[in-house]
Design a protein around this ligand. Sequence first.
Ligand code: A3P
Length: 318
Amino acid sequence: MGSLHSKTLISHQYKSPDPGKLRMELIQDHSRPPLVYVKGIPLIKYFAEALEEMKDLQVWPDDVLISTYPKSGTTWVSEILDRIYHWGDQEKCQQAPIFHRVPFLEFKVPEFPSGMEVLKETPAPRLLKTHLPLSLLPQALLDRKIKIIYMARNAKDVAVSYFNFYKMAKVHPDPGTWEDFLETFMTEKVSYGSWYQHVKEWWELRKQYPLLYLFYEDMKKDPKREIQKITEFVGQPLPEDILDQIVQQTSFKKMKENPMTNYSTIPDEIMDHTISPFMRKGTTGDWKNTFTVAQNERFDADYEKKMAGSDLHFYTEL
Ligand code: A3P
C-alpha cells in the first residue's frame, strides 16, 4: 500500500554526499486531521470535502437509505439488508466488502474510491448508507420519499464504541483520554456532532416519511423479530428458513469472523485493528466497563436535560 491519505509527499533538495540528488521525503504527517465544521456540524475533514460531490446525487425510487449516528450498528443493519435483498445467498453477499455492497455516501479518503464513486457502480435496487444529520443530508434523498431505515443505539454504548473507534480509525482526531472523549461527546464536538439531536430529529422524521426506526438493543434482544420487521418494510417477505439463516449469518460472531463485514480489508494506516477491532464487543451495557460512577451521574443529568420533552426511550442494558 502506498503512502495513503495520511502523508503528504513534499519534494525538496538537500545537501548530501551525492549532490543534485532529489529526495522525496515524508516530512509532513496528515493523519488525524482536525474536524471541519460544516453548518455548525463537526465532520471528518475528508467527509466534509465529499459533501460537494454529493450535491449531484441521483436518487432512484427503489433506493433504500440506511441512516445512523456512528457506532449504532450501521454495519449490522447493512449486512442484514444486503442478505434480505439476496435471499440469504452466501456467495453473493461474500463477493465484496460491506462498504462496496452498501455505498457510504459521504465516505472519502485519499487514494480510495469515494462513496459516490462506489455508488456509480452499484446496480439497482441500491442500499445507501449515511451518518449525516438532516441539516447536511442532500435534499434529493428526502424529495424522492425513498424508504429510510434508521438504527439508533443508546448513548452510553455509542460513546464507548466511538471512543474505541476514534483510537483505531485514524481519519479522526486523537480522542485523548476516555475522560476527554466523554466531554467531547457530551459537548457534541465529536464527528457528526450531537448524538442527542441526531436520534431525535430522525425520530420526528418518521411522522412524514416512510421511515422504519429501529433500536440496536431490540435487535440484540430479538433479531428475528426485528429482521422480519425490515423484510415487511422493504416489501420482501422471506420464508422462515431463509429468515433463520440470515439471523445466523448476521450474528456478531459470524460478522466478526467475516472479512467482508469486519473491515479487515482496510489497510492498517486507516483502521488499526490491533488498537481495537472494528467488531469489538457487540453487546449492550458494555459502557459499565468504562464509565466511572461519577461520569455516569454527570452523563445522566446532562442527558435528561438534552432529551427533555422527547418520547424517545433507550435501554442501556438488556
Ligand atoms: P462495539 O464497539 O460496542 O462492539 P457501526 O457499524 O455503526 O460502526 O457500529 C459498530 C458497532 O456495532 C460496534 O460496537 C460493533 O461491534 C457492533 N456490531 C457490528 N455488527 C454487530 C452484530 N452483528 N451484532 C452486534 N453488534 C454488532
